[in-house]
Design a protein around this ligand. Structure first.
Ligand SMILES: [Zn+2]
Length: 98
């Protein structure tokens, strides 16, 4: 996960949060927080997965849509928009298309 910077505050990665949770004393964290840190790490990963995308490109010669994750898909009519393809069937990421 990319490190971010929200309103000037450092945003730790999920692994950093888990490392702090595993050794709170060394990191100056009150021991009641490790469970919370692990929950935040899991939520960050969930949001990251939701934000990730799979780019679909149309091969007009073959009337196919090829996915960034290496699959292909063909519609009886229309494309991913008309068929409400929100998530890729190959990788589960949000579909974006050219
Ligand atoms: Zn995909």
């Amino acid at each position: 996960m990319n490190r971010g910077n929200i309103t000037g505050h450092y945003v730790p990665t999920p692994n950093e949060l888990r490392a702090w949770a595993d050794n709170p004393a060394a990191n100056g964290i009150v021991p009641v927080y490790p469970v919370t840190l692990r929950n935040i790490a899991a939520e960050l990963e969930r949001l990251q997965a939701k934000a990730e995308t799979c780019l679909w490109s149309q091969d007009e010669d073959e009337d196919m849509w090829e996915t960034e994750c290496g699959r292909a898909w063909q519609f009886t009519e229309g494309g991913p928009v008309e068929n409400e393809m929100t998530y890729c069937h190959g990788c589960g990421k949000r579909v974006i298309h050219e």
